[in-house]
Each structure stands twice: as C-alpha cells, then as structure tokens.
Design a protein around this ligand. Structure first.
Ligand code: MG
Ligand code: MG
Length: 249
C-alpha cells in the first residue's frame, strides 16, 4: 500500500487529535505513584477521553480490552490494565494511548519512573527518550525512512541496549496503522523518501538487556526474554516543509 499523504487540513485535524491525546497523558501522569494500580490509570484516562469526546483507538482493537496499554518493568508493550497490578517504588511503567478525534488517529507513549529510579533505570529512560527526540529530527522532507530507524538503533545500541525487532512504528491517519512500518533499526539513506504530508508514529522500544521478546498467553503482554527492563516512548509526527511537527504534545 502506498504511503498516504495528508493535506494541511487533515494534519490540522490530526493536531487536534494529538492535543486531546496529550491532555489524556497529562491527566494520567499525576496518578503514576507507588500504590496506584494500572486500572487506576486506565480509569483516569477513560474519564478524560469522555470529557474531551475523544474515542479510544485501542479499546476493541483486535479485542484489546482497555484504553491504555500499561507495561511494567520487563513488559515491553501491550500490558493490560488491572486492579491487581500495583505500582511500586522503583518500577517503571509505559503508558501507551491512542485516540480518534474527528476521524483521525493519534498515538503516543511515555515511560515513567515510579518514585525515584536507580541510576541505571534513569539512564534507560533518558536514552530511549533522547533517541525518540533525535529520530523525530530526522523526519524531514528529502530524508529517508532509514535515517529515522538508524538514529534510534545507533543511539541505543551504543549504550549496549537491545532494540526490539518484533514491534515497529507506523504511518497513522484515518487508521491507526498505515504504511510505512517505521522500524527502530535500519540503515541511513535507505527506505522510502520522506515527503511533506506523511505522518508517522515513531516509537522506540528499548530493552536494558537483550533485544528478544516473548508474548504471554493473554496474547498481548510482551516481555523481555531475559527479564531486563524495557522503555517505550512514542510521538505522532507530521513531516512538513518547515520540518518535523510533533502532533502529540
Ligand atoms: Mg502507541
Ligand atoms: Mg504506535
């Protein structure tokens, strides 16, 4: 399938979707603390979406039961909120959320430290977030998709981290997942040429240890094979003639 180019009017709609999603994340953020359950976060997010008249992009997607993915510690992505999963001091938790506003999707994720992280944990979060920010800067007219991928891979592998292969970023628009796939590994100067009007969800998923992951019998929750911590940050980014425009902050 071809990579869909969005008009300025469509990107404006996606910006409004992304703004609503940003507000959902900001509503959840203060509740990330020791003693909170991931279901507590889910309820805050669902209530905020109702208030904003934003539809969940996740709930019901291939049967996913929640508006958030909440992935703790060695969970990489797609953790299911539960009142039995209680956040503890020193944990990390990835909060991934997607919404639909006026027919357009937005998708973003952030990994929080619960309480005060260890130096090693803080570094994993900082490097993964910095890799996302540097990758966003590669989302420029005339560049190649591989510039984005290679940027994440180089930064994270330089620290000895594992770059998850099984899950990737994606084009986004009137559907949550459009072409192209946006891997977090690849070669500079390779892949489709980046054009104004493309909108990409860029989302490094980075393990403190090896890159290998496995999926639990619930069919969703994905963990690192070696039990190491995993971080995940994501933004929805429009490529414009004036440079990358992050729609989800
Ligand atoms: Mg996401
Ligand atoms: Mg995504």
């Amino acid at each position: 399938m071809a990579i869909l180019i969005k008009t300025a009017a469509e990107i404006e709609k996606m910006r409004r979707s992304g703004e609503a999603l940003h507000q959902v994340h900001e509503a959840v953020r203060p509740f990330v603390m020791p003693g909170a359950s991931t279901m507590d976060l889910e309820k805050v997010a669902a209530a905020k979406m109702d208030e904003l008249h934003a539809i969940s992009a996740f709930k019901g997607y291939r049967g996913f039961p929640a508006v958030l993915c909440t992935s703790i510690n060695d969970e990489v992505v797609h953790g299911i909120p539960s009142d039995k999963r209680i956040l503890a001091e020193g944990d990390i938790v990835s909060v991934d959320c997607g919404v639909i506003v006026d027919g357009f999707y937005s998708d973003s994720a952030v990994t929080y430290a619960v309480g005060t992280p260890s130096a090693a944990t803080k570094k994993l979060l900082d490097v993964t977030q910095a890799a996302l920010e540097r990758a966003i800067q590669q989302a420029r007219v005339g560049g190649r998709l591989g510039d984005i991928s290679a940027t994440v891979q180089e930064m994270c592998e330089a620290e000895g981290y594992g770059v998850v292969r099984e899950f990737v970023g994606h084009g986004i628009g009137k559907s949550m997942h459009e072409d192209p796939q946006v891997p977090n590994y690849g070669a500079r100067g390779k892949g489709p040429r980046l054009k104004a009007g493309m909108v990409l969800a860029i989302e490094p998923m980075i393990n403190a240890g090896g890159a290998e992951v496995k999926v639990l019998p619930d069919g969703w929750t994905t963990l690192t094979v070696d039990g190491s911590l995993s971080a995940h940050f994501e933004h929805t980014v429009a490529i414009t003639k004036d440079g990358p425009r992050v729609l989800t902050r």
